[in-house]
Write a protein that binds this ligand. Structure first.
Ligand code: HEC
Ligand code: HEC
Length: 179
């Protein structure tokens, strides 16, 4: 019993002391583009940071040149085209860059089910149904990334509301439940 509580406490601690900015999480592309990235980019850093930018092809090329020594990102011309095309379509000027600075506030009040639905009906349904949300199962950190992303797209949520919804979603539509 005591071991159980110690483990539960250790798992709960990092959540209680959130103070780092929330970071984006990006799904790997498939096929040829992933091959270019895997070969030329990921031995130094992951791909999540790409989400901090929303640029056209020329601006992506400029950014990569600015951030690296020429020898570190010397790609074959065809690979470069493949990569820049993908970057400009996945993280193009019409997308919203992920904010660098969202730090989750600590919350002291927690949503009931009706409160959570009221907020979702107010701030999510102008773009898609709550069923889109209900279809997902995520742990709190992943829900937070989704909600910060949705807010960049136009969902109206104050920081406290965002965090209360993260807590509710992870509790009710988290990864531990079968419902
Ligand atoms: C030799 C190591 C190395 C390789 C290879 C490399 N990078 Fe980087 N990259 C870095 C470093 C170091 C930084 C941080 C530079 C800075 O902030 O001034 C960086 C920064 C970046 C940034 C900006 C990140 C941010 O949050 O501002 C992007 C985007 C990026 N790299 C993309 C790529 C892509 C795409 C490739 C492959 C074509 C690549 N990198 C290959 C070392 C590397
Ligand atoms: C301004 C429009 C807009 C608003 C407002 C919005 N969304 Fe979304 N949402 C989207 C779009 C567009 C997609 C599809 C994005 C994709 O598949 O990459 C999406 C997809 C999703 C997904 C599935 C993808 C994933 O990351 O799991 C979830 C969950 C989600 N939204 C939750 C929410 C919640 C919760 C709210 C309200 C707090 C919300 N959204 C408000 C535009 C919006």
């Amino acid at each position: 019993m005591r071991t159980y509580f110690a483990v539960a406490l250790l798992m709960a601690l990092p959540l209680a002391g959130q103070s780092r900015a929330t970071r984006p999480k990006i799904e790997r592309p498939d096929g040829a583009v992933w091959n270019v990235i895997r070969t030329n980019c990921t031995h130094c850093h992951g791909i999540d940071d790409y989400a901090f930018f929303a640029l056209d092809k020329a601006a992506w090329a400029k950014l990569i040149t600015e951030k690296h020594k020429p020898a570190d990102t010397a790609l074959a011309e065809a690979d470069k085209t493949l990569l820049l095309d993908w970057l400009a379509s996945r993280f193009g000027p019409e997308t919203k860059p992920f904010p660098r600075t969202y730090i989750p506030p600590e919350i002291t009040t927690f949503f009931s089910d009706p409160e959570a639905f009221r907020l979702m009906n107010r701030s999510c349904t102008k773009c898609h149904g709550v069923d889109r949300v209900q279809g997902a199962r995520k742990a709190a950190d992943d829900w937070r990334v989704t909600l910060v992303d949705m807010r960049e797209r136009g969902a109206q949520l104050a920081d406290d509301e965002l965090e209360q919804l993260v807590e509710w979603l992870a509790r009710v539509w988290g990864t531990n439940q079968d419902k």
